[in-house]
Write a protein that binds this ligand. Sequence first.
Ligand SMILES: Nc1ncnc2c1ncn2[C@@H]1O[C@H](COP(=O)(O)OP(=O)(O)OP(=O)(O)O)[C@@H](O)[C@H]1O
Ligand SMILES: [Mg+2]
Length: 156
Amino acid sequence: MHSPDDSRTSITLADENATLALAQRLTARLKPGMVIYLHGDLGAGKTTLVRGVLNALGYAGRVKSPTYTLVEPYQAVGLDLRHFDLYRLHDEEEWEAAGFRDEFDGRNVFFIEWPEKARGLIPQADVEIAFEILEQGRNAEIHANTEMGRQCLEQL
Ligand SMILES: Nc1ncnc2c1ncn2[C@@H]1O[C@H](COP(=O)(O)OP(=O)(O)OP(=O)(O)O)[C@@H](O)[C@H]1O
Ligand SMILES: [Mg+2]
């Protein structure tokens, strides 16, 4: 993976296994407190990536999309991971009432689907991955916003 700007990379993911392989490479580089935004249309592969990360961490259970609960915590996997899907987040009031603010304590690793629904409420992303649905497979644009993010993407 090479690009003129070290902090931005584009990868073609031919099939689901390629998405899972990307997730596996990413897993080795996760650090506590890291925030990763996952962009892309419905069905683009955001949850698939999170499933790949959890599998790589040794989590054997089912990874369900937190469509209605908005967040699914995973603890027994070496890292404290929070998987958010904010597609159905209504407003700031719902966010505060659910106590989500307290989740961002710098220790958990966050994967956030539909972060645009909580603009201004969630911390800045260290890494952003934008999935695009192609006729066959997907394209992933990966971008780092912070030093932690840049280190994570080095030689991904
Ligand atoms: N690289 C790929 N090429 C083709 N299909 C893929 C690829 N990666 C994932 N998929 C498939 O695309 C679908 C993506 O579903 P997934 O639940 O991951 O999407 P999502 O982005 O989380 O959608 P939502 O916004 O609805 O939560 C799955 O059926 C998965 O098998
Ligand atoms: Mg999803």
